[in-house]
Ligand binder design. Structure first.
Ligand SMILES: Cc1cc2nc3c(=O)[nH]c(=O)nc-3n(C[C@H](O)[C@H](O)[C@H](O)COP(=O)(O)O)c2cc1C
Length: 221
């Protein structure tokens, strides 16, 4: 796939087919994504691929934790406040997502079901966790992890796979630490849900929005 096309047609996938992804395919994608750039070529990312029964247990526990009202305690704190412009974009994607699912804003039960589905990683058959050692620079390793994540998403997309980068996968790191055996010396940065996208689902195909050059770019000479 042409690079520009890959960049412009990748979407966060929120409905997956139950079909499993071969270990060899996942290995190939990760192996290629390891070519992502990093500060001083430090390559601080550590990758854990979670599948099968362990992933099923995680999804259930992640959902239960959210349903019980347990406060999230991610290793990378969630932002509490955003400036208005960012909040508006966040609201907009929420509105578009609900619209694609034909969920009216006032339908609290349907919204809760969607949230539950999210905590179960939209039934993705694989979760790729990115962790970094606490000994490395927090700020730069976050940049590096982000570069790795996007590279991974594009390479997956090239092969017809769908991904969703998910903060919701790492809100309760204690569950992951226990199940997946990640020590406290590691920061659990983010999870990427991976699987074959359900091509028909409107939640995968609805139109996303991006600002234009004038919103982001300033030229100085
Ligand atoms: C750091 C990060 C965390 C995210 N966490 C979630 C999440 O928990 N749940 C979710 O449905 N989408 C999540 N997303 C996906 C974003 O909502 C998505 O990238 C954004 O709305 C733009 O849509 P697109 O990826 O389809 O272009 C996350 C994306 C990033 C980069």
């Amino acid at each position: 796939m042409e690079l520009k096309k890959a960049v412009k047609t990748r979407r966060s996938v929120r409905s997956f087919s139950p079909r499993l992804v071969d270990k060899g395919i996942i290995e190939g994608i990760i192996s290629d994504a390891l070519w992502a750039p990093s500060w001083g070529n430090t390559q601080p990312w550590e990758i854990t691929v979670v599948t099968g029964g362990l992933l099923a247990t995680f999804k259930e526990e992640n959902k239960q934790a959210a349903m019980s009202g347990k406060p999230p305690d991610p290793d990378i704190p969630m932002p509490l406040e955003w400036p208005e412009i960012n909040k508006n974009r966040y609201r907009d994607i929420g509105r578009r997502t609900l619209e694609a699912l034909s969920i009216p804003r006032e339908d609290a039960e349907a919204r809760l079901n969607f949230y539950t589905h999210m905590m179960k990683l939209f039934d993705a058959p694989a979760l790729i966790l990115i962790t970094v050692d606490r000994a490395v620079s927090l700020e730069y390793s976050m940049l590096d992890a982000g570069l790795f994540a996007q590279t991974l998403c594009l390479l997956s997309h090239e092969r017809g796979l769908g991904t969703c980068i998910m903060a919701a996968a790492v809100q309760y790191p204690d569950i992951l630490r226990r199940l997946v055996k990640i020590t406290d010396t590691k920061r659990i940065v983010i999870g990427v849900a991976l699987g074959w996208p359900d091509q028909e689902s409107p939640v995968n195909t609805f139109e996303r929005a991006r600002g234009g050059l004038d919103e982001f770019v300033r030229w100085v000479e």
